[in-house]
Write a new protein. Structure first.
Length: 51
């Protein structure tokens, strides 16, 4: 899994919780979630997986 700078320190359980919450969210909730992150921290962490 490719992690961003914002999620690189999260555990697998934390990431799974975010996925489950987003799966059951409507567009407004997802938009609010996206806006909660600092755009400058959304770069990829570590290598260039999947490219």
């Amino acid at each position: 899994m490719v992690k961003s700078e914002a999620t690189k320190d999260m555990t697998s359980i934390e990431l799974l919780g975010i996925r489950e919450n987003l799966k059951n969210s409507d567009y407004t909730e997802i938009e609010r979630f996206r806006e909660s992150f600092d755009a400058d921290e959304m770069g990829f962490a570590e290598g260039r997986e999947g490219i």
